[in-house]
Design a binder for this molecule. Structure first.
Ligand code: PMP
Ligand code: GLU
Length: 397
């Protein structure tokens, strides 16, 4: 079989692959603790589930408009206005099958052969592959842990070229937990306007912020930056709705129209039932998010402290999302029973075999010195899993 060239350029999502492996080991009776996939361990709130059940009972089970039902678009518009200070019309919104699908639609609509897409690293696993699937070129901007993995205007300028089409910005970030403050975002926005490139602003973790951090959307700094920004968001993380597959994009009408055409020829509308559930998520009580955040915050601080106390491990204090991203390169070149750890992938395999703990290698995010641990799992699992990691690391010579 001869596949298309672009399929040869990509692989499976490493986060989903590790999750599948951890789940299959668990199903086979192995006592695995998973810090692998980034998925809230909370159940979807009851009021949201009830809205979906009602949708089924009411027979709301047919095709809907491709870009989403009117009620949901209105709820999203109100959310963007109230929480992000952004004004959008209905033809500037498209609802898709998860934020990943929204991002993919942007890639299809915007990235062309040879276009350069700026991608700060460490990056979330799907960005480079989505760029390559559309024959564009990911231009990786390596960031420094000393600057909390943030891009600076100087770094950004150094990577600009005539082919620069867009910058993918993910704040709060997966995998590092960094989040950009107003001043840093303003500097990035200024460059985007001056050099006329788009910003794909992935704000999926906007609600999961700690230490009093306030999320700001880069699109909110005025018309010039707003018309160059596509805001991506969704329900997976904020409302513990990963399986429902609802995400959205908000942006200039012509881009949204192109994305809608693409969606109409690929998936059609996202599930009608999930859309009704999403309306309830945005319109109904919001206290669930606060309750979930209090719990994530405790786990974050515990994990951050424990990791930094481990010999040879260092980790910046994340202010958003639910990941810790420690530097573990101290353990490279060390051995266990004659086999050598040479990379984050080797360490990940070792931790899975020896400690029965699943983590994601930093190489999947563009930096091999690190591993990613998700703290979207119970405190008991976190305590036990970190004990196991510490013990396994101490056996490396
Ligand atoms: N962006 C980032 C940064 C993510 O971590 C995720 C999580 N998978 C997504 C987008 C996609 O989310 P969704 O489940 O809504 O597709
Ligand atoms: N965003 C999550 C993660 O990074 C979900 C997995 C995925 O969609 O790849 O673990």
């Amino acid at each position: 079989m001869r596949f298309s060239k672009k399929t040869n350029a990509i692989g499976p999502s490493p986060t989903l692959a590790i999750d599948a492996k951890a789940k299959s080991l668990k199903a086979g009776g192995v006592d695995i603790i998973s810090f692998g996939v980034g998925e809230p361990d909370f159940d979807t709130p009851q009021n949201i589930k009830e809205a979906a059940i009602k949708a089924i009972r009411d027979g709301f089970t047919k095709y809907t408009p491709v870009a989403g039902i009117e009620d949901l678009k209105s709820a999203i518009i109100d959310k963007l206005k109230k929480e992000n200070g952004l004004d959008y019309e209905k033809n500037e919104i498209i609802v898709s099958c998860g934020a990943k699908h929204s991002l993919y639609n942007v890639a299809e609509a915007l990235y062309d052969v040879g276009d350069e897409i700026l991608l700060p690293s460490p990056y979330w696993v799907s960005y480079p592959d989505q760029i390559m699937l559309n024959s564009a070129v990911p231009v990786i901007i390596k960031t420094d842990e000393k600057n909390s993995f943030k891009i600076t205007p100087e770094l950004l300028k150094a990577h600009l070229s005539k082919k620069t089409k867009a910058l993918i910005l993910n704040s709060p970030s997966n995998p590092t937990g960094l989040a950009y403050d107003k001043k840093s975002l303003e500097a990035i926005a200024e460059l985007a306007v001056k050099h006329d490139f788009y910003i794909v602003s992935d704000e999926i973790y906007e609600k999961l912020v700690y230490d009093g951090f306030e999320h700001i959307s880069i699109a909110s700094f005025g018309d010039e930056i707003k018309k160059r920004t596509i805001v991506i968001n969704g329900l997976s993380k904020s409302f513990a709705m990963t399986g429902w597959r609802i995400g959205f994009a908000a942006g200039p009408k012509d881009i949204i129209e192109a994305m809608t055409n693409i969606q109409s020829q690929s998936t059609s509308n996202p599930a009608s039932i999930s859309q009704k559930a999403a309306v309830e998520a945005y319109r109904g009580p919001q206290d669930f998010i606060h309750t979930m955040n209090i719990e994530f915050d405790k786990r974050r601080l515990y994990m951050f402290e424990r990791l930094n106390k481990m010999k040879g491990v260092s980790c910046i204090r994340p202010v958003g999302a639910f990941y810790a991203f420690p530097d573990v390169s101290y353990y490279f070149d060390k051995n266990f029973k004659g086999s050598r750890i040479n990379s984050s992938m080797d360490l990940t395999s070792y931790l899975l075999e020896e400690a029965k703990v699943a983590v994601v290698p930093g190489s999947a995010f563009g930096d091999d010195r690190y591993i990613r641990l998700s703290y979207a799992t119970s405190m008991t699992n976190i305590e036990k899993g970190l004990d196991r990691i510490e013990d396994a690391l101490s056996k490396l010579q």
